[in-house]
Design a protein around this ligand. Structure first.
Ligand code: C2O
Ligand code: CU
Ligand code: CU
Length: 488
């Protein structure tokens, strides 16, 4: 098939999709609609008719380091590249790769030195999303890297075992730079994760899944459009990629798989489940393991959230797919070939780890944070982001409760904060969702709902290197739905 034929085929809103829609499970749809916002997502048009899930899922390499004086030295090159996603080479960015980045894998208490080289001709940054590092090491707009310059933070890894990620946080340009590929997975191990009897062989039974929606034109170009509409609604794609691959397949080597799912989309909250509605288990939230594994049939993952799951893929009657559920139906996004899966010697553990739940009495300060979108302007507490203004001053080693809400507009906003992880205390006075019982750094705020979170601020961020808090719909962040705080 020529490129033109492939692209033409992609653009045909194929009849097979409607066949798939017809067999959609009513329960999942009903459940999804209950949790969903009222805005129709841009429809995913592409279907399973061009590559037929023949491409292997790409597993990002684990980045190598050099050990010098007990410090792990990593070297990251942010670079221009090109990649063929759906039949045509298109310009991209990557980090030691053509698109997205290599996986940064470290262990709690490691000493690391991260040399980040900017080989682009524009300013960029590298933010360690979810990591507890001091403000000067955080990689926000205050640590930007000029073209052909490098940035070299070093620190000790303080986080629990879990799945994190790094991405550009360039002032006003985060959305476009992340969209083009400046984003990669981080895995932290610790003694607990290494001693749990769960799948832990990277790329074999412990598989990273970076899920994103992208917009491809009829010509096969991957485009990023900045408009009033995308600023308000966020940039929505019309197709899904997993680890930068369109319609990938994996060959399951064992029947018990662990997936580390990262929603690295600019704006889309994604609903996932397996094609035969099989049960799976959530084992981790953004910042590490939950106490107990949680049985689910579908999950909802907002931009920048990470969810680890385990699934037993044995006894699949038909071909098994990971599906994304849309308002109008579903789209298979990855195929799982189960035919050569051997019996795993792991089990789904019921108990994972003991979480240190923060006592609300420990909190000494309460703040109200209101994310708003009105008449084309985006704000937090009625202020549009300003890099020279400190919005909140937090005391070092204090515990605070923040009441997060959104008062204007029908959209959900995934709230994120730097420099710490939080626990959800309540949603509108009700207990948190089962899926958010653990350490988190992103939480979805729904209209007319107050989400109460509690967190400790144990790392310094002076006024020249403040932390950010913002909506992780990247167009909202760039548009001003962001604030800054110091910790001292
Ligand atoms: Cu994932 Cu402020 O960022
Ligand atoms: Cu962050
Ligand atoms: Cu938002």
């Amino acid at each position: 098939m020529t490129r033109r034929e492939i692209i033409k085929k992609i653009m045909l809103l194929s009849s097979s999709m409607f066949a798939l829609m017809a067999c959609e499970d009513k329960n999942i749809r009903a459940k999804k609609e209950k949790n969903s916002n009222s805005i129709n997502l841009k429809k995913i048009k592409l279907t399973n008719d061009i590559y037929n899930f023949n491409q292997k899922l790409l597993i990002p390499d684990i980045e190598k380091y050099e050990l010098k004086n007990n410090i792990k030295h990593f070297n990251f090159k942010i670079q221009k590249a090109s990649k063929n996603f759906i039949g045509k080479d298109v310009p991209t960015y990557g980090v030691n790769a053509d698109y997205l980045g290599t996986t940064l894998r470290v262990k709690t208490k490691d000493l690391v030195s991260l040399n980040v080289e900017n080989n682009l001709d524009i300013l960029t940054t590298c933010h360690w999303h979810g990591w507890h590092v001091e403000g000067q090491n955080d990689g926000s707009m205050h640590q930007s890297i000029a073209p052909s310059k490098s940035w070299n933070p070093s620190f000790e890894i303080k986080n629990h075992a879990g799945t994190y990620f790094y991405h550009s946080h360039a002032h006003g340009k985060t959305a476009e730079q992340v969209y083009k590929g400046i984003s990669g997975m981080i895995i932290v191990d610790d003694d607990i994760s290494e001693n749990l009897d769960i799948p832990n062989e990277y790329g074999v039974d412990d598989i990273p899944l970076i899920v994103q929606d992208k917009f491809f034109t009829q010509e096969g170009d991957m485009v990023y459009t900045k408009s009033n509409r995308t600023t308000m609604m966020g940039h929505m794609g019309n197709t899904y990629l997993v680890n930068g691959v369109y319609q990938p397949k994996i060959e399951a080597s064992t029947n018990l798989l662990r997936f580390r799912i990262l929603n690295a989309s600019n704006a889309r909250t994604i609903f996932l489940g397996f094609s035969d509605k099989r049960e799976f288990y959530q084992i981790a939230t953004d910042g590490g393991f939950m106490e107990k594994s949680l049985a689910l049939n579908s999950l909802k993952i907002a931009p920048a959230e990470r969810i680890e799951i385990m699934v037993d893929i044995s006894n699949a009657k038909n071909e098994l797919f990971l599906n994304a559920y849309e308002n109008y139906g579903f789209v298979p996004i990855m195929k799982i070939d189960t035919s050569n899966a051997k019996k795993s010697n792991h089990k789904v553990p019921s108990f994972l780890t003991k979480i240190d739940w923060i006592n609300p009495k420990e909190a000494t300060t309460t703040r109200d944070i209101n994310l708003a979108m009105r008449h084309g302007s985006l704000s937090i507490n009625n202020k549009k982001f300003l890099g020279s203004r400190i919005d909140e001053e937090v005391k070092l080693n204090s515990t605070e409760i923040w009441n997060l809400k959104t008062t204007s507009g029908p959209m959900d906003h995934p709230f994120h904060i730097h420099g710490t992880s939080f626990q959800v205390l309540s949603r509108d006075g009700n207990p948190p969702l089962d899926t958010e019982r653990g350490w988190k750094d992103v939480v979805l705020i729904r209209p007319k709902e107050v989400v109460k979170v509690i967190m400790r601020f144990n790392y310094k961020a002076d006024k020249n290197n403040p932390y950010m808090y913002h909506c992780h719909i990247l167009e909202h962040e760039d548009g001003g739905m962001m604030g800054q705080f110091s910790v001292s």
